[in-house]
Write a protein that binds this ligand. Structure first.
Ligand code: FAD
Length: 440
C-alpha cells in the first residue's frame, strides 16, 4: 500500500502488517528491515519501511494503574487520547504531551516527545519508568535507568531503531482541574519574544506563535502564551462542581485536498495579521479547557489536507541558548524574504537535556510547516545551513527531506548510535526509510 507520515510526503510503496501477538511479531521481525508504526503522526518517513512496516494498533491495552504514584502500565499502541479520557476524570494528566493527542505511547517514547513544559519538566522520557522491548535477537528485554541501561537510553528518542516497544510504565501528573489558566503576551519582535520567555521560566507551560512574514523592526512579532493548571476554584462557574468535566465540542472536518492556490503568501499574511491582532486584543488572562489549550489542531480533523495533494513538510530545529537570538533572526529573515510564510510557526524554550539521542538541548526550538514544492524545499535547505552555522540540530520526528550530510554534521551522536546498532546487530533487523536516507 501507499504509505506516508502526517505530512503526506514522501509517499512510499510499503508492505504493512498488524500483528496481534508477540509470536506474530517475532515472525515479522525475522524478515528484517522492520520498523514499528504507531499512529503515523511523525511527519515524514520514520515510521515507514518499504518491506516491513509493523503497525502496532492491536497492542492497545492499558494494563495497570497505581493511584499513589500515577504510574500507568500500558501497551505501546495505546493512544494518548485514550489515556487522557480514562485518567483525566480521576485527576491525572500526561506529564509531557506533544501538540496532538493522537499519538501512541510507543511513538512518544521513540521520539522522546517534548511539550510546552520542556524548560521546566524535560521530555517524555523523564517519565518512563521502564520499557519492554522486542529486540533484534527475538527476545523481550525490560530496560530502565537501572536495567539494560544502554538499551533504555538509545530507545528513548531512538526512532524505533533499537526494536519494537511492546509496553511501558509511564508516570502521569496529578492535576487540579481539566482547565488551564492562559496568559497571552504580545511580543513586538523576536528579541522581545525571547525576553518574555526568559522572564517566564517559572511558568509551567510556554509557547509562542510567530507571525513569520514580518520583517525589520517587527521580525518575529509573536504571541507568547503561558499556561498553568487551573485550581478547581477558578474554573468557569458551571463546571466548578465537576472540574474535570469537559464542554462538548464540535469538530471541523477537511475531507478533500485544498487547492494549492488557497495557501499563498497573501492568505498566510492575512491569516497571520488577523491572528496576531486578535491575540493582542484578547484579554491577557483566560481560562481555557485542556483540549483547546494543548490540542487546538486536533479539532480540525484531517487538517493535513489543507496543504494540497503534494503534502507538506515541517522544518524543526533547536538552536543552543547562546546563539538562539542570532540564529532565529537569520532563520526568520530567510523565511520572510522568501515570502514563504507558514500558518504554523511555533517557538518553544527548551531546558537543559543531555541524552543519548533525543532531540532537545537547552535553547530555542522553531517549527514551521511548508507545502512541498521546489521553492520551499530550497528554502528548507537554506534553513538547514543557517541552523548548522549556529550549532543547532533537527527533530527527526518532523523530518522528511533532510540530506544525510546535513544530518551527520548537525548531530555527532549519530555516529555512536550507528555504531551501537552495528555492534548489537540491530541494523539489519530494524530500519526505516528515514534511517536509510540519513545513514543511521
Ligand atoms: C499536529 C502535531 C503536533 C505535534 N506536536 C509535537 C510536539 O509538540 N512535540 C513533539 O515532540 N512532537 C510533536 N509531534 C510529533 C509526534 O509527537 C511524534 O511524531 C510522535 O512520535 C508520533 O507518534 P505516533 O504514535 O504517531 O508514531 P509514528 O508516527 O507512527 O512513529 C514515529 C516514530 O516512533 C516509532 N515507533 C512508533 N511506535 C513504536 C513502537 N511500538 N516501538 C518502537 N518504535 C515505535 C516509529 O518507528 C517512528 O520512528 C506532533 C505531530 C503532529 C501531527
Amino acid at each position: 500500500m501507499k504509505l506516508s507520515g502526517w505530512g503526506r510526503y514522501p509517499t512510499i510503496d510499503a508492505q504493512v502488517t498488524a500483528p496481534r501477538s508477540t509470536d506474530e511479531l517475532a515472525n515479522l521481525v525475522k524478515e528484517g528491515s522492520a520498523i514499528a508504526r504507531g499512529n503515523g503522526r511523525a511527519y515524514g518517513d520514520s515510521a515507514v519501511s518499504p518491506t516491513n512496516t509493523i503497525h502496532m494498533k492491536h497492542f492497545n491495552r492499558m494494563l495497570a494503574f497505581d493511584e499513589e504514584s500515577g504510574q500507568l502500565v500500558a501497551e505501546a499502541g495505546v493512544l494518548l487520547a485514550d489515556v487522557i479520557e480514562a485518567f483525566l476524570p480521576r485527576g491525572w494528566f500526561p506529564s509531557v504531551t506533544p501538540g496532538t493527542k493522537f499519538v501512541t505511547l510507543g511513538g512518544m517514547i521513540a521520539a522522546d516527545v517534548h511539550g510546552k513544559n520542556h524548560h521546566k519538566d524535560g521530555s517524555f522520557g523523564s517519565y518512563v519508568d521502564w520499557i519492554d522491548i522486542f529486540t533484534a535477537d527475538g527476545t523481550v528485554q525490560r530496560c530502565s535507568q537501572t536495567e539494560n541501561t544502554e538499551l533504555f537510553e538509545w530507545t528513548i528518542g531512538g526512532m524505533g531503531l533499537t526494536g519494537v516497544i511492546l509496553r511501558a510504565a509511564i508516570r502521569l501528573r496529578p492535576v487540579t482541574s481539566a482547565w488551564i489558566e492562559q496568559t497571552t503576551l504580545a511580543a513586538d519582535n523576536i528579541t522581545h519574544a525571547i525576553e518574555l520567555f526568559e522572564n517566564s521560566l517559572d511558568a509551567t507551560y510556554s509557547v509562542a506563535w510567530i507571525d513569520c512574514l514580518q520583517t525589520g523592526e517587527e521580525l518575529g512579532r509573536s504571541l507568547v502564551m503561558l499556561g498553568e493548571h487551573a485550581q478547581a476554584t477558578s474554573v468557569p462557574l458551571r463546571y466548578r462542581k465537576q472540574p474535570f468535566q469537559m464542554p462538548a465540542k464540535r469538530k471541523l472536518n477537511i475531507p478533500v485536498d485544498v487547492p494549492g492556490w488557497v495557501l499563498n503568501s497573501f492568505s498566510v499574511r492575512a491569516f497571520n495579521a488577523l491572528y496576531y491582532w486578535n491575540g493582542k486584543r484578547r484579554p491577557k488572562r483566560q481560562i481555557v479547557d485542556w483540549d483547546s489549550y494543548f490540542y487546538p489542531l486536533d479539532s480540525v480533523l484531517g487538517w493535513n489536507k489543507i496543504y494540497g495533494p503534494h503534502g507538506f513538510a515541517q522544518f524543526q530545529c533547536v538552536i543552543p541558548l547562546s546563539q538562539a537570538e542570532d540564529g532565529l533572526t537569520e532563520l526568520l529573515a530567510a523565511i520572510a524574504s522568501a515570502g514563504a510564510g507558514s500558518f504554523l510557526a511555533v517557538l518553544k524554550r527548551f531546558g537543559a537535556q543531555e541524552s543519548r539521542f533525543s532531540f532537545p538541548m537547552e535553547g530555542y526550538t522553531l517549527a514551521l510547516d511548508f507545502p512541498v514544492n521546489r521553492k520551499s524545499l530550497a528554502l528548507m535547505n537554506e534553513l538547514d545551513s543557517i541552523t548548522l552555522q549556529h550549532n543547532g540540530r533537527f527533530y527527526l520526528a518532523k523530518d522528511s527531506r533532510m540530506q544525510r550530510d546535513v544530518f551527520l554534521q548537525s548531530d555527532r551522536r549519530a555516529e555512536d548510535y550507528s555504531k551501537y546498532r552495528r555492534d548489537e546487530s540491530v541494523s539489519a533487523a530494524y530500519s526505516s526509510a528515514q534511517s536509510e536516507r540519513l545513514g543511521l
